[in-house]
Design a protein around this ligand. Structure first.
Ligand code: ATP
Length: 302
């Protein structure tokens, strides 16, 4: 992965920023093979974010012209709110993340950040505003410090330390004989899923974006690690507008708004309590996941 981007190293900070975004996205969505098709509009201005409100207005989209994936999707993520996207596999949750990052343009409708149509601003400025915590982070074969600072212009050691502390990985790093200079990745120290995710969180904290895109780990973390990560994430999301793509509903039950998707449409929307009262698709998914969790606890106890 790194080798693919190595030629870009020469090209300065503009590319570093974009590359960071691309690598985060690639982590998140396994998109390495996807050609980046969109281009900046001629003379496009930079996105200016005062209030990080994200709106999807009647957005329709498909990857191939005869197969529509999203059907007239409308929703808002108010500034500072956490908005979860849940729903069956293939419903289009990740597609929403890809469109927000402008890997593709919608067929119809528009996506705005703070009232500005994202297709009319530079991709670089858009991607600078969005931090991504992918479900399975790729680590580079380099030091843990490099992995946290990745993509930053002039990372300073104090900021890296603070980011590591806020991502709750500082004690782990400090206990290593070589600290931030410890080599990680394939040839170095192997990190657990939870540790890798904390590195990704620290990287995002260093970037300090007003908007976050979270992709919940599908790979099972043990429940204590999961709770630790959730606690860390809740600190990270405070004060930022967050879109959280979730598979396990327990991780997003606290979201301000939960949008339930099915075949490219939002079929229910509300808080956890609203949606349980409604007794529709969300309630059905919730009850199923609760009983699965109880079953596996019982099995573990036996
Ligand atoms: P999951 O919960 O399984 O991750 P999801 O709700 O995130 O699913 P998406 O990844 O958004 O679903 O996919 C929605 C639909 O778009 C799926 O039917 C998928 O096959 C299709 N799709 C996704 N990526 C591409 C692509 N690059 N090219 C063509 N079709 C795609």
């Amino acid at each position: 992965l790194l080798q693919l981007f190595r030629p870009l190293d020469m090209l300065g900070w503009v590319y570093r920023t974009i590359r960071q975004g691309l690598i985060d996205m690639a982590d998140m969505f396994g998109l390495m093979d996807t050609a980046v098709e969109v281009q900046d509009a001629p003379g496009a201005p930079a996105l200016i974010v005062r209030r990080p409100v994200v709106t999807f207005e009647n957005v329709s989209f498909g990857y191939e012209k005869d197969r529509q994936i999203l059907h007239g999707l409308t929703f808002e993520a108010p500034a500072g709110a956490t908005v979860a996207l849940v729903g069956p596999s293939g419903a289009g949750k990740s597609t929403i993340g890809r469109l927000l990052f402008r890997f593709y343009d919608p067929w119809e409708g528009r996506i705005c950040v703070d009232g500005q149509d994202i297709s009319q601003v530079t991709q670089e400025s858009l991607r600078q505003m969005i931090g991504i915590v992918p479900q399975d982070s790729v680590l580079f074969n380099d030091t843990i410090g490099y992995n946290i600072a990745y993509g930053r212009d002039e990372p300073d050691a104090g900021a890296i330390r603070r980011a590591a502390a806020d991502a709750a990985i500082l004690p782990f790093i400090e206990a290593l004989p070589q600290g931030f200079d410890t080599e990680v990745g394939e040839r170095g120290l192997k990190l657990s899923g939870g540790e890798k995710q904390r590195v990704a969180i620290a990287r995002t904290l260093l970037k300090n974006p007003p908007i976050l895109l979270l992709d919940e780990a599908t790979s099972a973390l043990d429940s204590r690690t999961e709770q630790d990560i959730l606690d860390t994430l809740s600190r990270v999301t405070t004060g930022r507008t967050t879109l959280a793509i979730a598979h396990r509903l327990s991780t997003i039950a606290d979201a301000d708004i939960i949008n339930v998707m099915d075949t490219g449409r939002i079929v229910e929307s509300g808080s956890h309590a609203d949606l349980l009262r409604r007794d529709g698709l969300y309630a059905e998914m919730w009850n199923r996941q609760q009983s699965e969790a109880e079953d596996s606890e019982r099995e573990a106890a036996e």
